[in-house]
Design a protein. Sequence first.
Length: 327
Amino acid sequence: MPRAIQIAAFGGPEQMQLVDVTVGDPGPGEIRIRHHACGLNFIDVYQRTGLYPNALPLSLGMEGAGVVEAVGEGVTHLRPGDRAAYASNPPGSYSEVRVMPARTVCKLPDDIGFDTGAAMMLKGLTAQYLLKKTLPVEGLQPGDFVLFHAAAGGVGLIACQWARALGLQLIGTAGGAAKCELALAHGAAHCIDYTREDFAARVKDITGGKGVKVVYDSIGKDTFDKSLDCLRPFGLLASFGNASGPVAPFSPGILGPKGSLYVTRCTLFTHIATRESCQAMADDLFAVVSSGQVKIRIDQRYPLAEVAQAHRDLEARKTTGCTILLP
């Protein structure tokens, strides 16, 4: 029988168990896919702990790549034998085989490998909607400064490269000199070691006291207040993750004196809610990867059975770039 990683209760990495599962035929609008690689993301941690609650028992994982084995009624953009990759709800990519909705599964170009496909879909589509669609009211033009937290992570390294391709000056933050060097090597114009420097003060120094037009923040609680202080008037704080914990409630009244600021809490799954929007975003990602402007760095590979250690390393911020699980 095929195997999958499931949890029966919310909690730590030890809750994840490799179990036998029954996988049937796809129904209308569904496909069955056999994974060659699965992606690891912080959202998997949020779901494992219950911060993002789901019904139990829960199969984890939001990202994968493999070969389509069967398609259900009404599926026209995929056929059996197609190479495919996805970032998708519901979770379940930590598995050898699964049946899932076809809407957000995209045919993988022949020049992009399965490992790369599994590593880049959730992170790359996230970078796409942030840099292309989550924009300050005044827009972004070449030469503009943006601040991107966790710049040496999977989303961050993609964003560094993509921002450079767009002509933006990305200021990254990362924990430690080695991670800062990694972000700089991938296109960050500047990178601030938050373990040694006040990132808000350094942003003001770098921008001549003006601040940035937009902050992209996946850290959450620990960075939210100072991220606001990095913004220029009419700037945008785009919160898209909670690596340090969820942002505490705050009064919108603080945004006026700081410069009539904007705050949004965004998520990829709103942007890929339709087949058309998902495919358009994926086409943009595939093009920038195939062109070589964005290279997908996979720094960690774990067997699926060692997923608990992968989660421990991710939560301890020991990882850089992308991580994949191999069924």
